[in-house]
Design a protein around this ligand. Structure first.
Ligand SMILES: Cc1cc2nc3c(=O)[nH]c(=O)nc-3n(C[C@H](O)[C@H](O)[C@H](O)COP(=O)(O)O)c2cc1C
Length: 216
């Protein structure tokens, strides 16, 4: 396959859009952050790299409170998400943009309108040349019932979106494409599919008390 060499580091890499929440001066602030990844299994952790125009590195509120949230918006919140990117918290008060709720950490404001909200306790910081990587332990995970069909996220209901660069576009997730930890077993020799039994077993192991959804 012919390749072209792109300049810069992040071109072409699709990134999930999130809104990172933290408290500053007694108010909630929300930053649009695309640099985000799961980072540890047990305890569960997530890593984010929020900066802020002209500021680049330390976000005082996260450090002072030792807490932040990661909220995953659906496309219905695309405009507000972009607004949170275009407007630094130093210039505008973004605390009234969403309905806010809290879990156990007072420094981690979460967004009612987001189908998935992670409440995180700051456990580590890694200063990099332009940004700081914040690693948080996920102490609370709040999912909107209507977007999680039978305990499983259903992107067709929730409609999370991704960012690509350098074209600076938002993209919606497409159709279900395959069964992870499964389809590779025979390396494509047969069209493997999860069965209702295997899904039921997965739910039993990971989501006690929730049963598999009815086949549509
Ligand atoms: C689509 C999009 C994704 C962004 N992702 C990040 C990111 O991952 N890290 C970052 O530091 N800034 C990112 N930004 C920029 C911040 O959202 C922006 O600087 C914002 O104004 C900072 O808000 P604050 O001053 O309230 O913290 C992104 C901007 C856009 C438009």
């Amino acid at each position: 396959m012919a390749k072209i060499k792109l300049s810069g580091g992040g071109g072409g890499f699709p990134m999930p859009m999130t809104l990172v929440g933290y408290e500053v001066g007694g108010k909630a602030n929300f930053v649009a952050v695309a640099w985000v990844m799961r980072a540890n299994q047990e305890p569960p952790m997530i890593a984010i790299a929020p900066g802020g125009r002209g500021r680049g590195f330390d976000i005082g509120g996260i450090v002072q409170n030792g807490a932040f949230s990661v909220n995953l918006p659906g496309i219905g919140l695309m405009e507000k998400t972009d607004y949170c990117a275009l407007n630094p918290g130093e210039d505008v008060d973004k605390s009234g943009l969403f309905d806010i709720f809290y879990g156990e950490l007072s420094g981690a404001p979460m967004i009612e309108q987001c189908p998935l909200c992670l409440e995180c306790k700051l456990v580590q910081r890694l200063a990099l040349p332009s940004h700081t990587l914040y690693i948080g332990e996920i102490v609370g995970l709040y999912a909107e019932e209507d977007s999680f069909f039978g305990g499983c996220p259903d992107p067709s209901l929730w409609r999370p979106f991704m960012l690509t660069r350098p074209d600076d576009l938002y993209w919606e997730i497409g159709a279900r494409a395959g069964d992870a930890w499964f389809i590779g077993e025979d390396c494509g020799k047969k069209a493997a599919q999860k069965t209702p039994e295997s899904l039921e077993k997965w739910l039993e192991d990971t989501q006690p008390g929730i049963s598999a959804p009815e086949e549509p």
